[in-house]
Design a protein around this ligand. Structure first.
Ligand code: AMP
Ligand code: MG
Length: 328
């Protein structure tokens, strides 16, 4: 049985007790809903991999409530400290060499000598981690490879009985996973696009930053897998007109978009169209992305057709997710 509950102090305590007992708890963060387990407990982490159906070669991000909680887990260099100071709590994950004294289990790091760390910017997440007293490993709270959850009922739909408690904290703010920066080498490399861009990172550390979002031959981060975030029906990108039977994921004005064979996109019935942001606001679009794809992911549509989205700022992350969602 899954319990979905508002995060009152009593419920947070119950959640922390579950975490400490090696069980799973889903909780809101500012990015997406996470499925949490005690990162220091290998058995709890194994349960987490099983609940998601996630391959255990794909390492997890461990979340702290404050820097002190994480300093012993990794060898922080000057870049890491500067980034932590500026962007934590926030939607930034850093990958560092795992320290000798680390308590985070090898399984959470998929046996790698590196560890991925973050402090989320959400009161419920922070309260849960603090009360648990351990770093919490938390990937997105959905079955591996599917759309990330941005509301509590998405978690229940995707994971069902595999999670005993879901802390219901409303819809998430960013709606996209954190930016992941690899600091294990001399170069600073973004291996997953998110709300923070290369420019944000570069401005903070005073060094150049590159993107390496897909490395088909030799992924430096196992999360660079091509197909991910996948709905059940196909996705067609950068559409300029619609084909009959397609649902439309719009961005900005649909005034001039036609349907082949006749008709206008603006006249589609409500179940066949969602607009990520009528005003063309990329932050609003990111926040709506996964839930709108979900809403259109219905067998009565042949495909989800997505309008072009500018590749700047968080638009880079949106386009990255759309590209992976459209891979077959
Ligand atoms: P998720 O847990 O699904 O939000 O994804 C975590 C992301 O961080 C994935 O892209 C992982 O491949 C990446 N990641 C986590 N830990 C490491 C690590 N130790 N080394 C490299 N990439 C990592
Ligand atoms: Mg995920």
């Amino acid at each position: 049985m899954t319990k979905i509950a508002a995060p009152t102090p009593d419920v947070i305590k119950e959640a922390a007790d579950l975490i400490r007992a090696g069980d799973l708890v889903a909780f809101p963060t500012e990015t997406v809903y996470g499925l949490g387990a005690d990162a220091t407990n290998g058995e709890a982490v194994a349960k987490l991999f099983a609940a998601k159906g996630r391959p255990s070669f794909n390492p997890l991000i461990s979340h702290g409530a404050n820097l002190e909680m994480l300093l012993g887990e990794a060898d922080f260099d000057d870049r890491a400290l500067a980034l932590a100071d500026k962007f934590w709590p926030g939607p930034l994950t850093i990958i560092l060499p795992k320290s000798q004294t680390a308590r985070i289990s090898d399984l959470a790091c998929a046996g790698l000598k590196t560890v991925a760390l973050r402090i989320p910017d959400h009161a419920v997440a922070l309260a849960l981690i603090k009360k648990s007293g351990v770093p919490i490993a938390a990937p997105s709270a959905n079955a591996s490879g599917t759309l990330s959850p941005t509301a509590p009922h998405h978690v229940a739909d995707s994971l069902g009985g595999a999670v005993p408690l879901i802390l219901a904290g409303g819809a998430t703010q960013f709606g996209l996973e954190s930016t992941v920066v690899d600091l294990t080498g001399a170069e600073t490399v973004i291996v997953r696009a998110g709300a923070l861009t290369a420019e944000d990172i570069s401005d903070c550390i005073g060094l150049s930053v590159t993107y390496e979002l897909s490395a088909a031959d030799k992924p430096r981060s196992p999360g660079q897998m091509l197909r991910h975030y996948a709905p059940n029906i196909p996705i067609r990108l950068k559409v300029i007109d619609l084909e009959k039977g397609e649902a439309l994921l719009a961005f900005g004005s649909t005034k001039f978009m036609g349907i082949k064979g006749g008709g206008k996109a603006g006249d589609l019935p409500p179940n066949q169209i969602r607009n990520l942001s009528e005003t063309g606001d990329l932050l609003e679009a990111a926040a709506n992305l996964f839930s709108y794809i979900r809403a259109l992911d219905k067998p009565e549509h042949t495909r989800i057709a997505v309008m072009d989205i500018p590749n700047t700022g968080i638009g880079i992350a949106i386009n990255d997710r759309l590209k992976r969602a459209s891979e077959t």
